[in-house]
Design a protein around this ligand. Structure first.
Ligand code: G6D
Length: 347
């Protein structure tokens, strides 16, 4: 494995680094110690052409000014928390309302916007980047001093493994994800509307008009949400289903995964011949098809942002679970270990 670490600018007087790792097949990725951001994943197509399969920027300034969580770790709690408040053991906590009156993705300065301490381990057939961050009690309104670790591992089998570890000294809530925007066409040369997604999922979470889960789980049968046999992502924007419309003409929904072993999620681009298989220990995945992506900025490779330019597959627990008694809990108690595992395998 070839590893490089170089300066990527500085934030509040602290240096930001870009760490790039390439395996023996020429597949590789680059990540920052700012927000554990994955800035690029380089994957060969069916002809061996190596291209970038994620959206990102090639400079820190653009991440600071324009990034909608491109490639970043998201937390302490991914997704929306209704009205930016929750109760724990009878105490109410108030969080930032940074998204239409709700709390989104860890608040105004979530884990995507802090500098983590990075250590690289590159022995033998795998290379690992281990990020650590101590989130102080009360950060963004969340209780507990929480020790966090994010580990990205690259293997010679073209697998990128994302792991999160957490421990707290006081009961709190924790639900992390990685918010990478995938586009398997290569260098975002076309949208993801022709990508095929396959999900081992019978149910998805109904959202209200503010994209907050209503608490109901809807059956995918007979809808544009049925990805069990594989479905073109273009079915979302083309659908008249009220759930596709309220997501801004597409998908922005958590799907409940059948947690058998093996590949729960498969994304394929027929033009490039690239396929990505995803395994996870998380109960859900938010499928977000960047329905309104736009802006006066350029992505790396001078690509203009446009709707449906990428799909996010954010493995996680259910959004707003702390306010939904029938959802699996995201409470982490003192002495408990938080662990999330997701493997992205590229073929
Ligand atoms: C929008 O609703 C979507 C979220 O799902 C996404 O994570 C965010 O943009 C980047 O708020």
């Amino acid at each position: 494995m070839e590893v490089t670490k170089k300066s990527f600018g500085e934030l509040d007087g602290k240096p930001v680094h870009a760490i790039a790792i390439t395996n023996h097949n020429g597949m590789g990725f680059t990540c920052l110690d700012y927000g554990c951001i994955i800035t690029e994943i380089l994957v060969p197509d069916s002809k061996g052409q190596i291209e970038n399969v994620v959206l990102g920027f090639d400079n820190l300034e653009d991440y600071l000014r324009h990034s909608p969580y491109f490639g970043a770790v998201v937390g302490r709690v991914a997704g929306r928390i209704k009205d930016g408040r929750f109760s724990l053991d009878g105490k109410e906590y108030i969080l930032a309302k940074n998204n239409d009156g709700n709390h989104l993705h860890g608040g105004l300065k979530g884990l995507d916007k802090v500098i983590w301490d990075a250590k690289v381990h590159a022995e033998g057939p795998v290379a690992r980047v281990e990020f650590s961050y101590e989130s102080p009690d009360g950060e963004e309104g969340y209780p507990g001093n929480v020790s966090l670790r994010t580990v990205y591992t690259l293997t010679d089998d073209n697998e990128l493994i994302v792991e999160f570890f957490g421990a707290t000294d006081k009961k709190t809530i924790l639900n992390l994800t990685n918010h990478t925007y995938f586009n398997l066409s290569g260098d975002a040369k076309s949208t993801i509307l022709n990508h095929t997604l396959k999900l081992d999922s019978e149910r998805f979470l109904e959202l209200d008009e503010n994209l907050i889960p209503t608490g109901s789980l809807l059956d995918v049968e007979g809808t544009a949400f049925d990805f069990r046999e594989g479905r073109k992502l273009s079915d979302g924007p083309a659908s008249s289903d009220e759930q596709n419309l309220l997501a801004g003409k597409g998908y922005d929904h958590p799907f409940v995964l059948n947690q058998k072993n093996g590949t729960a999620i498969e994304l394929r681009c027929n033009e490039s011949g690239r396929k990505m298989e995803v395994e996870t220990n998380q109960p859900a995945v938010v499928v977000y098809t960047t329905n309104q992506l736009e802006g006066g900025f350029l992505l790396s490779g001078k690509v203009k942002p446009e709707p449906y330019l990428a799909v996010c597959l954010e493995t996680q627990k259910y959004p707003d679970a702390i306010n939904q008694p029938n959802f699996p809990s995201i409470v982490l108690d003192e002495g408990e270990k938080y662990y999330s595992y997701t493997k992205f395998k590229f073929r």
